[in-house]
Design a protein around this ligand. Structure first.
Ligand SMILES: [Fe+2]
Ligand SMILES: [Fe+2]
Length: 133
């Protein structure tokens, strides 16, 4: 599968966070190679890695939001917690079914991409307006 590159207009201009976004997308898309697989141990490894990346990224992003006085950090943090919970749910559904379906993968990719492209956008605007980047 062709690598999905985070579009330039979505980049924060903060390398650490931009690299984390790219790694999140790459990781969630690496699930694609496991459609229909019942190799739950391998799938679990990817979800474990994804979970770690999400926790680290959300924490780093929220820290920078606080540092730069982004006004919607509390609501954004709720969004992050929900996203993490949804990723865990998708994984547990795959485990109980015994295989990873295309629907699980599309749903995971969709949720993560949508967050990066839409929910993170107001923070990107904030960084620019307050000339933090
Ligand atoms: Fe983000
Ligand atoms: Fe975010």
């Amino acid at each position: 599968m062709k690598r999905y590159k985070i579009p330039n207009e979505v980049l924060y201009g903060i390398k650490e966070l931009d690299d984390q976004h790219q790694e999140l997308v790459d990781t969630v898309r690496s699930l694609d190679a496991h459609v229909g697989s019942d190799d739950i141990a391998t799938i679990e490894k990817i979800f474990d890695h994804l979970e770690k990346l999400m926790i680290k990224h959300f924490s780093d992003e929220e820290s920078i939001m606080k540092e730069t006085e982004f006004p919607d950090v509390a609501a954004h943090s709720v969004h992050h917690k929900k996203l993490l919970e949804e990723a865990r749910q998708i994984f547990s559904i795959a485990v109980s079914r015994g295989t990873l379906s295309e629907h699980d993968i599309n749903e995971s990719i969709d949720k993560i991409l949508r967050h990066l492209l839409l929910a993170d956008a107001p923070f990107n605007t904030h960084l620019r307006q307050t000339q933090h980047v």
